[in-house]
Ligand binder design. Structure first.
Ligand code: FES
Length: 158
């Protein structure tokens, strides 16, 4: 028997009795870990149980870069915002990726192909600025290189 989203979220909430408002972030982390992302249904159940409006939960969750509100894409892009990458222009690279894919951080493209996450240092500072797509590092990036890289993944699928 498969467990529904509601059952999973209720199980997680049951593990956090007591002062639940303080547990909001750990609860959301656990929901994301088990279900892959924070669906509207999950957020609503958490909100109802903790007595926090869903809008407030979205506000809190979007403040932390770690939460996703849609399922991961076929290719998951992680862009490093660590110091070395930042100094070498990761913010401009992030802007180009967002523009090319028409998504924000934490979102997935409509065709389900790409999702985007900003992460802390991924331990490849010598390659800065760097992105990781499904475990594959793309090093010493320039903004001009991004469209070509994304096209390569699109072609792998087509
Ligand atoms: S700062 Fe980007 S890999 Fe370390």
């Amino acid at each position: 028997m498969t467990t529904s989203i509601a059952e999973t979220v209720k199980e997680i909430l049951a593990d956090h009795p007591g002062d639940e408002r303080d547990s909001l972030i750990p609860i959301l982390q656990e929901v994301q870990e088990r279900l892959g992302f924070l669906s509207r249904e999950s957020v609503e159940i958490v909100g109802k149980t903790l007595g926090i409006p869903a809008s407030k939960i979205y506000g809190v969750a979007t403040f932390y870069n770690q939460f996703r509100f849609s399922p991961q894409g076929k290719y998951h892009i992680q862009i490093c915002r660590g110091t070395a990458c930042h100094v070498k222009g990761s913010a401009a690279i992030l802007d180009v990726i967002k523009r090319e894919l028409k998504i924000e951080t934490g979102e997935t493209t409509r065709d389900g192909l790409f999702s985007l996450e900003v992460v802390a240092c991924i331990g490849a500072c010598g390659l800065a600025p760097v992105i990781n797509i499904d475990g594959e590092f793309h090093a010493n990036l320039t903004t001009q290189a991004i469209p070509r890289i994304l096209d390569r993944y699109r072609r792998q699928t087509g």
